[in-house]
Write a protein that binds this ligand. Structure first.
Ligand code: FE2
Length: 231
């Protein structure tokens, strides 16, 4: 497999398959772990490789944004989701919600950018009054608003590489999504399918992600703007 490069905060990160040429050991999500949220858990028995790879705090290790990130209490991660299917369902992330910002009584938001590939960001309000599918491709951004849970689906036929800027130090809460065996809808080859473990299924609102310059360019230009991710 050839080596490509990701531009991120003043450095070119070599990437070969799911391996980034940086000194971070990725956390992985195994097929066994994904059974809890899959439409067809048994389909994962035949999958041997991890479905996705999470490189946390990339800017803390490479590039010019590390000190700025630290100063503003933020962290930038890169996640690579393999392309493929669990039976009829596209590969996806487990899904989680964010903890509360105590002073505001709402949960932390998070900002994503797609670096390569095609994504469907699934976001659902924690009180289940809203469910959205945000279609995103390279050079676009998707905001996970406060009080929304989210999961990302790789709907392309190449690995999906995405970066996220988020408040450093909080722990994602996987429990509510695990309990329901996934988000309110599964993304299958045939389209969206209601998850029967939910009593309500808000009508999905589909939209396209907004395009814009890379997060590293935006962040370097006006880092304090991104403190809105903290409070
Ligand atoms: Fe998140």
């Amino acid at each position: 497999m050839g080596v490509n490069f990701l531009d991120s905060c003043g450095v070119k990160i070599p990437i070969s398959g799911v391996n980034l040429g940086i000194p971070i050991k990725p956390a992985v999500r195994t097929p066994e772990e994904m059974k809890a949220v899959a439409y067809d858990p048994a389909s994962l028995d035949s999958i041997k490789e991890p479905l996705y790879y999470m490189y946390r705090d990339v800017w803390g290790v490479v590039g010019e944004c590390g000190n700025l990130c630290k100063k503003h209490g933020l962290r930038y991660d890169i996640t690579i989701i393999q392309n493929g299917f669990m039976g009829e369902e596209y590969y996806k992330t487990l899904g989680h919600i964010h903890p509360l910002i105590k002073e505001k009584n709402e949960t932390y938001p998070e900002l994503y950018e797609v670096l390569s590939g095609k994504a469907a960001f699934l976001i659902q309000k924690n009180d289940l009054t809203d469910f959205q599918v945000i279609f995103a491709e390279e050079g676009t951004h998707a905001l996970i608003p406060p009080d929304y849970g989210h999961a990302t689906v790789n709907i392309g036929n190449t690995p999906l590489i995405m970066g996220n800027l988020v408040a450093d130090g909080f722990l994602s809460n996987y429990e509510p999504i695990l309990k329901k065996h996934g988000m309110a809808y599964y993304v299958l080859k045939s389209g969206l399918k209601e998850n029967p473990n939910y009593e309500e299924h808000p009508k999905p609102f589909k939209r396209r992600a907004t395009s814009g310059p890379s997060l590293s360019l935006l962040f370097k230009k006006d880092p304090s703007h991104y403190e809105r991710l903290l409070r």
